[in-house]
Design a protein around this ligand. Structure first.
Ligand code: 1YM
Length: 645
């Protein structure tokens, strides 16, 4: 480390700067308040909290390598080569800084004045929360030539901090924790989930090298994420299975005091808009100031350039934002101190000054790109104009359709068996594959709260169709009308007629295909329904096992095996009658109600968009027009029963 950095380190870190707030008991009492949930999401969040500290260290300029390992027993090991966690005595608490950081809630110089915490995850709660929720934890700090170690359990110290060895001039921090089975429903880590977030982190913070290794039996593998091009490579990655319409990935960045903006973008021949915005490495799903600034500037620049270059003629109308964003893949990443996160899921950036900054930077640098690259500029502007014409055609088609009252929610589709309840919060709609299953569902349902919409055959693949073509499909029109919340610019979630939209399809490949088509439609055209948690998949049983009057349904091969073993023990010598359900159509109304529809007994899987970027890629792969990547994806994922969005 250089002398200057050494001095800087002493200036920046002063144990007295750590703000002391409270102990860790509240974390164990109400873990959801600190990490969102105790489901798989919360479990993985623990890793991000620890890695965030390493990433902060990297952003401060002291760390380049971060190694994450899933150990054999599902504990997590994170090692970085930063300065190491401070170990000197805290002046007020008379304990090592390490102990204070690990055992006191919100302890951290970074929370105090003059602190600069950038990566702080969605909940940004720090290492002490991870400690509180781990049955065991070990922290090692390599600093001053020594290795300092302390151990903890469920937030409490189990050994004093001691020097356990020397490390020469090496520095760094090493954390190992095992999530507490008393807290988490399931403590098995998913490589894919960690991979998605760590890779995203590496894209968002160019130069940092993050490795992920799985040491579990049968799952051994290792990957390294390291992108000198940062978000420029992120755009290339997102567009891997798409067809770009121009060569360059447009990239610009700017810094103003403690605010940083980085933008990368490229247009493809797809119809969807894929803009991902981030603030301090957090995916701002609800958008906010930075995104507003970007979109406003984009529209202004394209109209100005279009007129100036005469690609847009005097008689042509202005290009609209939607038309410019069609087929655009963009990453907008900002970093700032004291970010304000707002909105339902705290993923909307509130800092108003970021709008102005992003707007300015985009206007200047994007205009410069267009002027310096006229042939690429022409390709993009031409595409915007074509999109505008298609939108106009769609509007006409919609007007026509509305006149025929097809999209008018006062005349509901004929195939819909509606429920009698009027309060949407109490109403459910089952989208059912096939007329025969639709018939059983209509007969078996609770008429007060459950509506049934049977679908005949496959629905249109909207990944390959624009709005005008979509609205020509009866199946899609029926769905939009039944939901009641409109589509496109007229979408209004307040008008949704059912707060549970339940996709009920067969438990086979065709069923999975129909479910994917449905989700593509919702993801591309009514994403808010998924974001707000209104969309579910029903879980029909795979088998029925009967001995005399004892009848049991099972929903997975594993459950079936377990049930058979139980019944063999319970009824020695008796024959177990096994029925395998190939489709919903094989069940009568009563069976369908008992197994799949009865709110008291059924399991529903809520569809979430945990990682919008990943979901988009899966949809592009599965539903786009490139065949080889689809084939590969299906081959690789065929063993999984469901897509993991
Ligand atoms: C595997 C996890 O936690 N690394 C890490 C943490 C810290 C520092 C360096 C650090 C920060 C600062 C000064 C500073 C932390 N420091 C604090 C506290 N890796 C991991 N690496 N010196 C070292 O921000 O000024 C909390 S974490 F509280 F000291 F600031």
């Amino acid at each position: 480390m250089s002398d200057e950095k050494e001095k800087d380190q002493n200036k920046k870190y002063d144990a007295g700067q750590i703000q002391v707030l409270e102990g860790l008991d509240p974390v164990r009492k109400r873990p959801g308040m600190y990490i969102g949930s105790t489901s798989a999401r919360g479990l993985h969040h623990l890793v991000y909290e620890i890695v965030d500290n390493s990433v902060d260290e990297a952003l401060a300029g002291y760390c380049r390598n971060i190694n994450v390992t899933i150990k054999e027993d599902n504990s997590i090991d994170v090692l970085d080569d930063g300065r190491g966690m401070p170990v000197d005595e805290h002046p007020k608490m008379h304990k090592p800084a390490m102990e204070v950081i690990m055992t006191v809630l919100h302890a951290g110089g970074k929370f105090g004045e003059g602190g600069y915490k950038v990566s702080g995850g969605l909940h940004g709660v720090g290492a002490s929360v991870v400690n509180a929720l781990s049955e065991s934890m070990t922290v090692e700090s390599m600093r001053n030539g020594h290795i300092y170690r302390q151990t903890y359990s469920r937030g409490k110290v189990t050994s004093e901090m001691t020097i356990v060895g020397d490390c020469g001039n090496k520095t760094g921090c090493h954390v190992i924790f095992k999530p507490d089975t008393e807290i988490f429903d399931d403590t098995v880590y998913s490589f894919d989930t960690l991979q998605a977030r760590l890779r995203e982190m590496a894209f968002l913070n160019k130069g940092i090298k993050i490795s992920l290794e799985d040491e579990r039996a049968g799952k051994k593998k290792k990957e390294v994420y390291h992108y000198e091009g940062g978000i420029k490579e992120f755009v290339a990655f997102q567009n891997k299975h798409k067809t770009p319409i121009h060569n360059s990935i447009i990239y610009f960045e700017a810094q103003k005091k403690d605010r940083e903006v980085e933008i990368a973008m490229q247009w493809t021949d797809a119809y969807s808009e894929n803009i991902y915005s981030y603030a301090n490495n957090i995916n701002t799903i609800e958008g906010g100031a930075h995104l507003v600034g970007f979109k406003a500037a984009l529209t202004k620049v394209f109209n100005d350039y279009g007129r100036k270059s005469k690609i847009l003629k005097d008689k042509d109308p202005d290009i609209e934002g939607d038309d410019i964003r069609e087929g655009l893949t963009a990453i907008v990443s900002v970093k700032l101190t004291e970010p304000q996160f707002e909105g339902q899921t705290k993923t909307k950036l509130g800092n108003a000054d970021m709008r102005t900054l992003v707007d300015q930077v985009t206007k200047e640098d994007l205009m410069a790109f267009l002027e310096e690259n006229p042939s690429q500029a022409k390709i993009i502007v031409d595409k915007c104009v074509r999109a505008g014409r298609a939108r106009e055609a769609a509007r006409k088609a919609r007007d026509l359709a509305r006149r025929k009252t097809a999209l008018d929610s006062t005349s509901l589709p004929g195939k819909l068996a509606d429920c009698s309840e009027k309060d949407p919060a109490l109403c459910e709609i089952f989208i059912v594959e096939g007329d025969s299953a639709g018939g059983s569902a209509k007969e078996g349902r609770d008429r007060k709260t459950q509506a049934i919409l049977p679908l005949r055959g496959k629905i249109l693949n909207v990944e390959k169709a624009r709005l005008d073509k979509m609205l020509a499909s009866d199946t899609i029109k029926d769905m939009i009308t039944a939901f009641g919340c409109g589509i496109g610019n007229e979408f209004n979630v307040e008008k949704l007629r059912y707060h549970k939209i339940i996709i009920m399809s067969d438990a086979d490949v065709d069923g999975a295909h129909i479910r994917t088509l449905m989700l593509t439609l919702l993801f591309r055209h009514m994403p808010k329904l998924i974001e707000d948690g209104y969309v579910y998949a029903a879980q029909p049983p795979l088998f029925r096992c009967t001995v005399g009057k004892d009848m049991r349904y099972t929903y997975s091969d594993a459950e079936q095996e377990k049930t058979l073993a139980e019944m063999t023990k319970q009824y020695p010598g008796k024959k177990i009658d096994i029925q395998r359900y190939k489709g919903l159509g094989e069940m009568d109304a009563q069976q369908l109600w008992d197994t799949t529809m009865d709110p008291a007994q059924r399991t529903l899987v809520q569809i979430t968009i945990d990682d919008v970027a990943r979901a988009d890629q899966i949809f592009t792969t599965l539903m786009g027009d490139k065949v080889p990547p689809r084939k590969k994806f299906i081959e690789e994922n065929a063993q999984y029963a469901e897509l993991d969005f």
